[in-house]
Ligand binder design. Structure first.
Ligand code: SF4
Length: 683
């Protein structure tokens, strides 16, 4: 039997998948990855990895990896040299900026790229092109968390650390399925529950975590705010508040009490479909436990009220004093390894590096860059596509992201991409966006072929180390950005693609990262804020004061009426999400042996509904929404309630994102992937 050769060298780096940020050692033989093992002292994983981190590196040498630049000529992709490809991309950008102005171009950074590369991407947009049209895929996942936490507490990031899982006496998990999507953190939660911590799960589905919960609240999709208001109502009604904490650190209590007074559990139960007694039981458990930790996922954020949903969750933590202490807090479980880093580096239209507000920090950045960032507010990802559809955006430079396969309302996204005069895609593979709409393809390298840093969900900046030589002619994103900047006449300010030098520039601009030198990160990742060389980093935020001041203000939130409802034509409500063995749209896991473990996306339906429709397990079914359709094999399971469906979205060909529609979070534009009315029939 054939066996992998034994590794001849091991290099420590960070898992390329979710934002738990597990550290691993990667074994190489004959220039190929042959093994991966967990770092025993990895801060978040402590000797563990999930199946993806351990086994899913095969995409690096997948047969369809593209390792030389390509240009589309006469409708066909042709290989090109770097000089020709860079010149073509630069000429196209120069022409469009000259004809239509800099705001006719958009740039998308990448959660797959390092902090340093994302920093350069937004600097490229602002300095070279002269636009704030820069964003990243945080827009479609946890921007609502960052905005809600930033507004209410002053720092748009998780308040606590994964180690705090061991200290929590109770978990309130809202719209998250960590056993599948953040498996190492999920396993830590499950272990802690087995050792006595209490568990409340708010999720329409009976996930494996919900199955072991003390209280499972299987709410009707999209009713999070009503449910959270009812939990707050119980806190007041049963005097479960932390009065000392409120007196010392929170304003707006009386107004908030008046706001939630009508939100009795009985009233919420009518909207949310959960028993009033379960709501009361959850409120009691959460408030009485010391400490209790909130963890939330995209089930809370990817809604028309995504940001307000997170704000309502923060209200609960403030009312009970479950914040600013170990084992407590409000903690978004970030999906991609460096999605927090991408946004924090400035790949956001309204923020510069470190989350500095564009309006406040232009002079400070001008002092380092030699040129001020443009003053005109930029477009976010959704706004860019709207502008493309309207003919105002002419070019899009997409780094490490498959727009077409990822965005809700895929047909509309396709129509927008089709109108662009120039689409530059920088990735490992010809993804769906490149295949359908790309004009220039710039081959990038995987995280195993470069140096830099990632920022994990717990605000930990960790070193990414080169394990392998870059494949073929592929270059890392920093080198490509610097070449493109040089071709556009900005070689001087983009002369330094070495990761450490770029990071030192980041540290000059972001005071909360000033103490995070490569020398210190060499031995162990550290959590920002870390303001100088003697600062050990910050495991728990908001201990004495909130990041924006001494007091936080409660935010009364009203549930909004949602026009996406099940009706006679579309009788089911569909939510989408991930499963254990695949990651996002499958660009990486789809090219590894993991794919064989669950080779296709599926549609989950309750046995009652399946019987009513005469459908059986494994049957191919056509799912239709008002926005599009998809064919999926059926999985009959009582993990979903009657009338509700769940589909995974890892196969870009099945394209479940054709089903989801145009509804967006009213504050951040994050698409609603969780509530879509659909009908189902045999395919
Ligand atoms: Fe990688 Fe996340 Fe799995 Fe850890 S839990 S090994 S970071 S995918």
């Amino acid at each position: 039997a054939w066996r992998e050769p034994a590794a001849t060298a091991w290099t420590r780096t960070v898992c390329p998948y979710c934002a738990v940020g597990c550290e691993l050692e990667v074994g190489v033989a004959d220039g190929r990855i042959v093994a991966a093992r967990p770092a025993l002292d990895g801060p978040a994983n402590q000797g563990h990895l999930c199946a993806k981190g351990r086994y899913a590196q095969g995409y690096v040498d997948a047969p369809d990896r593209v390792t030389a630049p390509r240009l589309r000529r006469n409708g066909r992709w042709e290989s090109a040299g770097w000089e020709e490809a860079i010149a073509c991309a630069a000429d196209g950008l120069r022409r469009i900026v000259a004809a239509h102005g800099p705001d006719a171009v958009g740039v998308l950074g990448s959660a797959r790229a390092t902090n340093e590369e994302n920093y350069l991407a937004q600097k490229f947009a602002r300095v070279v092109l002269g636009t704030n049209n820069v964003d990243c895929c945080a827009r479609v996942c946890h921007t609502p968390s960052a905005v809600a936490l930033g507004r209410m507490l002053g720092a748009g990031a998780a308040t606590n650390s994964f180690d705090d899982i061991e200290r929590a006496a109770c978990f309130l998990v809202v719209g998250a399925n960590p056993l599948e999507n953040h498996p190492v953190a999920g396993a830590r939660i499950r272990q802690r529950v087995r050792r006595g911590a209490r568990l409340i799960v708010v999720d329409p589905r009976r996930t494996a975590l919900a199955a072991i919960a003390d209280v499972h609240l299987p709410l009707r999709p999209g009713t999070d705010v009503a449910l959270l208001n009812a939990l707050a109502h119980v806190l007041f009604a049963e005097d479960l508040l932390d009065r000392d904490f409120l007196a010392a650190r929170v304003d707006g209590v009386e107004a908030f009490a008046a706001h939630v007074a009508p939100w009795t559990p009985e009233r919420a139960a009518g909207l949310c479909g959960v028993p009033p007694e379960a709501i009361r039981a959850a409120a009691r458990l959460y408030a009485r436990a010391r400490p209790a930790m909130c963890l939330h996922g995209l089930g809370l954020t990817e809604h028309v009220q995504g940001t307000e949903g997170v704000m309502a969750l923060i209200d609960l933590a403030l009312l009970t004093g479950q914040i600013g202490r170990p084992g407590a807090g409000v903690n978004p479980l970030r999906g991609q390894n460096n999605v927090q880093g991408a946004a924090l580096m400035g790949c956001e239209p309204g923020s510069l590096t470190g989350g500095a507000r564009l309006a406040d920090a232009r002079d400070r950045f001008a002092a380092v860059w030699g040129v001020a960032p443009p003053a005109t507010p930029g477009l976010n990802l959704l706004g860019m596509l709207d502008a493309a559809r309207a003919g105002r955006l002419k070019a899009l430079y997409v780094i490490g992201y498959d727009v077409l396969a990822s965005l809700a309302d895929a047909r509309v996204a396709a129509a927008a991409l089709a109108r662009l005069e120039l689409v530059i895609v920088q990735d490992l593979f010809l993804n769906e966006t490149a295949r359908a709409f790309g004009h220039v393809f710039l081959p990038a390298v995987s995280s195993f072929e470069k140096d830099g840093t990632f920022t994990s969900s717990e605000r930990r900046v960790q070193r990414v180390r080169r394990v392998l030589a870059p494949r073929g002619a592929a270059l890392d994103d920093a080198q490509i950005l610097c070449r493109l900047a040089a071709a556009l006449g900005h070689g001087a300010s983009f002369a330094q693609p070495q990761a450490e030098a770029v990071w030192d520039e980041v540290r000059r601009l972001w005071p909360a990262a000033a103490g995070l030198s490569y020398a210190r990160l060499q031995t162990r990742g550290l959590q920002w804020p870390c303001v100088d060389a003697g600062d050990p980093g910050t495991a728990v935020l908001h201990v004495e004061r909130f990041a924006h001041g001494a007091r936080a203000v409660l935010a009364p939130i009203d549930p909004r009426a949602d026009d996406e409802r099940a009706d006679a034509d579309y009788p089911f409500l569909l939510g989408t999400g991930r499963h254990l063995h695949a990651f996002n749209v499958g660009t990486m896991t789809g090219r590894t042996p993991q794919q064989a473990l669950r080779p296709t996306d599926t549609l989950d339906m309750h046995p009652y509904d399946a019987r009513q429709l005469g459908l059986g397990d494994g049957m191919p079914v056509r799912v239709e929404s008002r926005h599009g359709d998809a064919v999926l094999p059926l999985r009959v399971t009582d993990a979903v309630a009657p009338g509700r469906l769940f589909a995974t979205f890892h196969d870009p060909v099945r394209a479940v994102n054709r089903l989801t529609g145009p509804r967006r979070d009213t504050i951040t534009d994050t698409p609603d992937y969780k509530v879509t009315a659909v009908r189902v029939r045999p395919a």
